[in-house]
Design a protein around this ligand. Structure first.
Ligand SMILES: Cc1cc2nc3c(=O)[nH]c(=O)nc-3n(C[C@H](O)[C@H](O)[C@H](O)COP(=O)(O)OP(=O)(O)OC[C@H]3O[C@@H](n4cnc5c(N)ncnc54)[C@H](O)[C@@H]3O)c2cc1C
Length: 384
């Protein structure tokens, strides 16, 4: 038990940030509950990477060896032209970070590490939140209303918690001018721990191996300002992609066919979340919900893990003063996030280089892999 009077914490979102926070909250003696909208754990998904201090957090969780075993072992990838000729090499360091895993594998690992000590509620969502001096009354779309001492929104870019407490998405979500679709398929090109990337003005397509070359993931990216579409209609998303890529070369016609029948399909705008503050009363945001840096930053999972570690640690040492804990968490995280968001915007600007030369690529890689991340100090809360 903690010495302070905060005990029950509801976390909305059970992907990366949510389970990582639950791990640390339980470690410090709190009673976390995770409510996850998806009916069950999502397997597979796209690849995400970790950098720097995030590996330190995984080590402190005792999960570093497990995550290393899930590494995609991705090697350098090749840029190809419309006829499939390789004209440049993209080093793995540019896109696979210090360690790269499938997002679903990461979520499952975090779930397995927390399931015995954390209450998980799948297939539900917060409907309303009402704060008073002693806690938060939460109603759910399905389950019965409950009271919690604190509520954490770890429900991603389109956070319901953020919308309920801070205001509509349009106020905080900044579109980076890129849309991305990702789906799974067979590794029909027979690639070995590598990928192929094809670019055209304002468009890109790629395929990368997954799960020890037994599968692959392909992606389509295109530049566009805010499009109007139903976010929950994959058929509409696929039509948008098919129209945009109708006349492209390389493997694009085959990839479009594969996309039609893919079991897993993801489509969204690349975006960032910009907020002046990440907490209001007894509600606080974590990970993409509060400070998404965009896929082009390559830092989202690292932010989620480090934010979870810091937030739980500050709550453990705040003597019941959650406002002080939230302020300290934000103070530690914000410079780190600010730099990543700058990286994300820069990455988005350079995303669509039509047929870049090896020299241009090398310069971009050197720039992106230079250690310039604002270090975030992982205080030792374990002795608190
Ligand atoms: C295409 C793509 C590629 C990426 N590549 C990388 C990369 O290489 N490296 C990297 O570091 N990051 C990458 N990212 C970013 C990374 O995926 C995110 O930053 C990271 O997953 C953030 O974790 P999170 O837990 O905050 O949010 P999310 O992973 O978005 O999880 C949010 C969770 O909340 C749930 N949820 C949503 N709404 C509700 C609700 N109303 N009630 C309950 N639950 C809800 C969702 O189902 C989900 O499980 C990429 C992102 C994308 C889109």
């Amino acid at each position: 038990m903690t010495e302070n009077n905060i005990r029950t914490v509801l976390i909305s979102g059970g992907s990366v940030a949510g389970p990582a926070l639950a791990f640390w909250l339980h470690h410090h003696g709190f009673a976390p509950t995770i409510v996850e909208r998806a009916p069950e754990l999502r397997d597979g998904g796209y690849a995400v990477d970790f950098r720097g201090e995030a590996l330190d957090v995984l080590d402190r969780m005792g999960l570093l060896q497990q995550i290393e075993a899930l590494d995609t072992q991705m090697g350098d990838a090749a840029l190809v032209d419309a006829d499939g000729r390789q004209y440049a090499t993209l080093p793995a360091a540019m896109f696979a970070g210090d360690l790269e895993v499938l997002k679903g594998d990461l979520t499952r690992m975090l779930y397995e590490a927390t399931r015995e000590n954390v209450e998980y509620v799948f297939g539900d969502s917060i409907a309303t939140l009402e704060q008073d001096e002693d806690g938060v009354l939460v109603t759910f779309e399905r389950g019965a209303p409950r009271r919690f001492d604190l509520v954490v929104g770890a429900d991603g870019l389109h956070s319901r918690t953020r919308a309920l407490v801070f205001g509509p998405e349009e106020e905080f979500v900044r579109h980076l001018g890129i849309y991305t679709a990702i789906f799974n398929l067979d590794n029909y090109l027979g690639l070995q721990n590598t990928g192929r990337l094809y670019t055209a003005p304002g468009k890109a397509a790629n395929i990368f191996t997954a799960r020890a070359n037994t599968e692959a993931r392909a992606a389509f990216h295109f530049a566009a300002e805010g499009l109007e579409y139903d976010r929950r209609d994959p058929a509409a998303h696929k039509r948008i992609i098919a129209e945009r890529f109708a006349d492209e070369g390389w493997e694009v016609p085959r990839l479009l066919k594969e996309m039609d029948t893919a079991q897993e399909f993801f489509f969204d705008a690349n975006a960032q979340v910009e907020m002046d503050t990440w907490s209001a009363g007894r509600v606080v945001l974590l990970g993409d919900a509060g400070y998404c840096a965009g896929p082009s930053s390559g830092r989202g999972t690292s932010q989620a893990l480090i934010g979870a570690y810091l937030l739980a640690g500050e709550l453990a040492t705040c003597h019941g003063d959650h406002a002080t804990a939230f302020a300290a968490y934000e103070q530690h995280m914000r410079p780190y996030v600010t730099e990543h968001q700058a990286l994300g915007r820069e990455g988005a600007q350079h995303f669509f280089l039509p047929a870049p030369s090896q020299e241009i690529l090398d310069a971009l890689v050197a720039n992106a892999t230079t250690t310039r991340t604002t270090p975030v100090r992982l205080h030792d809360y374990t002795t608190a």
